[in-house]
Design a protein. Structure first.
Length: 257
């Protein structure tokens, strides 16, 4: 018998979240499947980034910000348990941001940064890992002859793919992407979208996007949020073609947001 739980990478159960007492998420529950792309959509300020950041505890860095109730489990492990190793959690749950943020270092040093911190020292191993990550991020052919040049000399789309390479070099299970294409032109966006479809074979992907066409093109599951609540969550085709909630329908048809 197929156990549905096996295919769920992330369980978010009844999560409430507040910034210095101001509630930003209200009782949010959803199960995010493995090796699929799940999109969080909704108008500005509805809590998409907050929810995404609960999945690798990046919110912990914000003073006064915390989950006030509920749980987040990754492969059945409660990531808010006291004994969780945060460094290991962030290795397993990589993140890519809207404003691509490569370090002011060489392309090579960007990719192997996390591996060196994790203790990898052998040049041949680092070289192989860098090539694998850059290949995985569809960037290798464009940069293989200039690995030791500055990452800041790359185009925006290339810098974002470098950030993806940097995240996947650590061999995460999950990739969180917060509006990864918002600062890119349409061609660079298309390239990242193609890449995501390739990456989901290896990783579970959760993406925040304002781009409805992008959500419907790329994602398998879509969660529509409004005012800190999860309004509707389902298969992307159903959400876009036949939403069951009036607010979802209004948002995807462009009536607000
Ligand atoms: N660091 C913070 N400190 C205090 N309040 C915050 C912080 N970050 C977000 N908020 C508030 O929490 C709510 C949810 O914000 P969040 O950034 O999660 O929304 P979002 O859906 O990602 O919006 P956008 O589409 O504009 O990125 C908003 O009311 C926002 O003002
Ligand atoms: Mg956001």
């Amino acid at each position: 018998m197929v156990n549905p739980v096996q295919d769920t990478a992330i369980h978010i159960d009844n999560v409430c979240f507040a910034y210095s007492g101001k509630q930003a998420l209200h009782d949010v529950s959803l199960e995010i499947p493995s090796h699929k792309i799940t999109a969080f959509i909704g108008p500005s300020g509805c809590g998409k980034s907050t929810l995404l950041r609960c999945i690798n505890r990046i919110n912990d860095r914000i003073a006064g910000a915390r989950i006030t109730s509920g749980t987040v489990r990754i492969h059945e492990i409660d990531i808010y348990r006291k004994d969780i190793d945060i460094q290991e959690l962030r290795r397993r749950v990589g993140m890519v941001f809207q404003k691509y943020n490569p370090f002011a270092k060489s392309i090579y040093d960007n990719v192997v940064f996390g591996l060196k911190i994790a203790g990898m020292t052998k040049r041949s191993e680092l070289d192989a890992a860098a090539e694998a990550a850059l290949t995985g991020a569809a960037l290798w052919d464009e940069v293989k002859d200039r690995l030791h040049s500055s990452a800041l000399g790359l185009s925006g789309g290339q810098q974002q793919r470098l950030c993806i390479a940097r995240a996947i070099a650590n061999e995460p299970d999950i990739l969180l992407m917060d509006e990864p294409c918002a600062a890119l032109d349409p061609l660079a966006t298309l390239k990242i979208e193609e890449l995501m479809l390739e990456l989901k074979k290896k990783f579970t992907i959760v993406i925040v996007t304002h781009n409805m066409a992008q959500a419907s093109r790329c994602s398998d599951r879509t969660a529509f949020m409004y005012l800190g609540k999860l309004i509707e969550y389902g298969d992307t085709l159903q959400i876009f073609r036949n939403p069951s909630d009036k607010q979802t329908e209004a948002y995807i048809s462009g009536a607000f947001g």
